[in-house]
Design a protein. Sequence first.
Length: 263
Amino acid sequence: MQFCRYEKKDHVVRITITRPEVMNALHAHASREMGGAFDDFANDDDAWVAVLTGEGDRAFSAGNDLKYTAEMSRLSREERPDLSMPAGGFGGITNRFDLFKPVIARVNGFALGGGLEMALACDIIVAADHAEVGLPEPRRGLIAGALGVHRLPRHLPLKQAMGYLLTGRHIPAQRAYEMGLVNEVVPLAKLDDAVDAWVADIVRCAPLSVRATKEAAMRGLLLPLPEAATARYEWEMARRTSSDAVEGPRAFAEKRAPNWTGK
């Protein structure tokens, strides 16, 4: 893989953007490669949780590679390479609405533009204390089109979200935590330990229960509460008939750790 690294160990997948020379910014080729990485994660039943990060300690991702975009704009239509995005959207994740396995964003530095949009598409954000996040697209004649304009107002109070959307201001990690945009902020030296603690707590849970929970929570947000209560959730149907649904209560009764199989 040219633009990202895919590693798997003990049910945990780590996807790392490997373009530190451009602050882990992405062009279309990198997004498509990451789309393939997230496809691999989604399709692997033995992969229970993913961690998304950027290489180095300067940037999680600076978003769209604007220098590359500018270079391509000088080429004729016939000269330009394929600049299409994957079905999963920017970074292979912003438009991925059917992934009910948990994804943690390990924000090790700047998460700007598409970088923040990728983090917002994750379920948990753990940030280093020197990190800054933001959607500065209007300062470049753009908008946060990888759903940042829609996700940020869903994560923050409206006036807070609009203040950042309309100005392109950066949000320091601690302020993002105070507003509820980030789950935890730690010194960079402790970032991996903090992420690993979240991973360990997720892996300690039954994988089908985790997927059923995420599906019900995310799909239920789109429904009035009475409809959410009666909706059919595919992962919940799978969990109810799984061996793990038997193993959990049995392990509790026998006072031992459960042996989850994800089946």
